[in-house]
Design a protein around this ligand. Structure first.
Ligand SMILES: [Fe+2]
Length: 205
C-alpha cells in the first residue's frame, strides 16, 4: 500500500535479539535506527520542498522538478525507506520450514526447488557490486529475481515486489563478514512466508 507524508518508521515485528544468527541485536538496532533517521530526513525534506501531497512511490518514480542535489537526496531517501519497510517485514522472528502455499508452489514450478531458488538468489546477489538490493518480483504473472543498486527500487508501476534482501554491508558484515552466501542462507531461513504469500496473492489475483 502506498504511503503519504508524514512517513512513519515501522516498528520491527520482532525483538532485536530474535534474529540470531542471521543478525545480532546491536547490528539490528543500528540498522533500524539508520532507517528511522532516514524517515525523519525524508519527512523534513518533503516539507522543505513542498512535496507533502506526493506519495512515497511518487517521490521515488516521479519528476520532482527540484535542483539536482535535493532531487537526488529525496529520491535516495524515499527508496531507502521503501526498501527497508519491505525488508524488515519480509523477515520472521522465528525460524521454520517453508510452508506449502501458492508462493512456494510457484517458486518450485519456476526454479525446480526452493534450494535451487536460493542458489539463484546467491548468484544474483554476487552480481551486485557495491551496495544494493535483491528482489523477488511478480512481472507478467510470473516470478523473477531482480537486483538494484544503492537505494533504487524496481519499477513499482510495472512489477509487484514479493521479497527483498538488503545487500548493503551494514545488513550482514558484522556477523557474516564477506560470507554473503551464509547471510543469504540465514535470510532464507527467516523469510516471513505469510507476508510474502499475501503480497504474492495480491499480485496475481
Ligand atoms: Fe539497510
Amino acid at each position: 500500500m502506498d504511503q503519504y507524508y508524514p512517513f512513519l518508521t515501522l516498528p520491527l515485528p520482532y525483538s532485536y535479539v530474535s534474529l540470531m544468527p542471521c543478525c545480532d541485536a546491536d547490528t539490528l538496532y543500528a540498522h533500524h535506527q539508520y532507517y528511522a533517521n532516514s524517515v525523519r530526513s525524508l519527512n523534513r525534506l518533503t516539507v522543505r520542498y513542498g512535496l507533502m501531497e506526493r506519495s512515497l512511490e511518487e517521490l521515488i518514480a516521479g519528476e520532482l522538478n527540484l535542483p539536482p542535489v535535493p532531487e537526488r537526496e529525496i529520491k535516495n531517501l524515499a527508496g531507502l525507506v521503501y526498501n527497508h519497510n519491505l525488508y524488515f517485514n519480509s523477515i520472521s522472528g522465528s525460524v521454520g520450514l517453508p510452508p506449502e502455499n501458492a508462493l512456494t508452489e510457484e517458486l518450485r514450478a519456476t526454479y525446480g526447488s526452493l534450494e535451487q531458488f536460493l542458489k539463484l538468489v546467491m548468484e544474483s546477489a554476487q552480481s551486485v557490486y557495491g551496495s544494493g538490493w535483491l528482489w523477488l518480483i511478480v512481472e507478467g504473472g510470473g516470478l523473477h529475481l531482480a537486483t538494484t543498486q544503492n537505494n533504487e527500487t524496481v519499477s513499482l508501476d510495472a512489477v509487484a515486489p514479493i521479497l527483498i534482501v538488503d545487500l548493503w554491508e551494514h545488513a550482514y558484515f558484522p556477523i557474516h563478514r564477506f560470507e554473503l552466501d551464509a547471510y543469504l542462507r540465514d535470510w532464507f531461513a527467516r523469510i516471513n512466508w505469510d507476508h510474502a504469500e499475501a503480497l504474492y496473492l495480491n499480485a496475481v489475483q
